[in-house]
Design a protein around this ligand. Structure first.
Ligand code: SAH
Length: 260
């Protein structure tokens, strides 16, 4: 990830206006489901202190959206990675999750959800969410702490199964995992206020545009220029159509067709 720089300051006033009170409300909402008692123990890691340090770093690196920071202080990233990688779980780096895939770098996860909330915040969150690329399930858990409802799709069966196992102890009743090709979106629950992709394609699939609610925002890594260059793209839908904006350069695993 080359460009986690502050070269692209964005107007976060609408998010900032939310402030700490909204973050508190979000946490209060998250608590009954994502209970600390349900989290794994015995990892030899004071995970709350380590998470708080990760959040302080994210803040120093320009993440300003309090609800996102609050959710990241809460969701145990170490519970989503292999035991051998637990010690690195709170470093600002992507980590392998098997099958050639990675859990995204915390800064990028925070930035993408921040971009969603900048446009749309329903009770401080991203509303009805569609996530493409469940992977290990970490970002899905964050979205479920913030959103009204979350559908998350994964095309690789072993990762889908593992994400279910990771997420079960958190008892996030507003999150549903779907095994399938996320390029098609998930029509039964459309429209979505927020659509977020953790895999990068050549362009935004038509199904995502159609399944985005009027007033909603989509954020996805999309190839830009050279074959291995991607940028974060947002698409905002209003009554007259879709508006596209380009943001930071990023590096995500490819968006692939079909299931495996
Ligand atoms: N948000 C994830 C990141 C996973 S990496 C996390 O927190 O771990 C991106 C994931 O997208 C991979 O698991 C990959 O298998 C998946 N993916 C790629 N193309 C897809 C598609 N068409 N439909 C659903 N998932 C897809």
């Amino acid at each position: 990830m080359s460009a986690r720089s502050r070269r692209f300051p964005l107007p976060l006033a609408r998010v900032g206006a939310h402030g700490v009170e909204a973050a508190r409300r979000d946490l209060a909402r998250a608590r009954p489901t994502a209970s600390a008692d349900a989290l794994p123990r015995g990892l030899g890691l004071d995970s709350q202190a380590v998470r708080d340090r990760m959040v302080a770093r994210l803040r120093a690196d320009g993440i300003r959206c309090e609800p996102v920071l609050a959710a990241m202080a809460r969701v145990p990233r170490h519970a989503f990675v292999d035991a051998a990688l637990v010690a690195q779980a709170y470093e600002d780096t992507a980590l392998p999750i098997g099958h050639g895939q990675t859990i995204s770098q915390p800064w990028v996860v925070a930035r993408m959800i921040e971009l969603l909330l900048e446009r749309r915040h329903i009770a401080g969150g991203p509303g009805r969410v569609l996530e493409i690329g469940t992977g290990c399930g970490y970002q899905a858990a964050l979205l479920a702490c913030l959103g009204t409802s979350v559908i998350s799709i994964e095309r690789l069966r072993p990762l889908f199964d593992r994400a279910q196992a990771h997420l079960a102890p958190l008892r996030l009743s507003n999150l549903r995992l779907v095994y399938g090709d996320g390029r098609l979106g998930h029509a039964p629950n459309a429209p979505y206020d927020s659509i977020i992709s953790a895999a990068g394609g050549e362009d935004v699939p038509e199904a995502w545009l159609q399944q985005l609610a009027v007033g909603g925002r989509l954020v996805a890594p999309i190839r830009h220029g050279a074959a291995d260059t991607q940028v974060l793209v947002t698409m905002d839908r209003d009554a007259s159509g879709w508006t596209r904006h380009h943001h930071e350069a990023v590096r995500f695993v490819p968006l692939r067709s079909g299931t495996a």
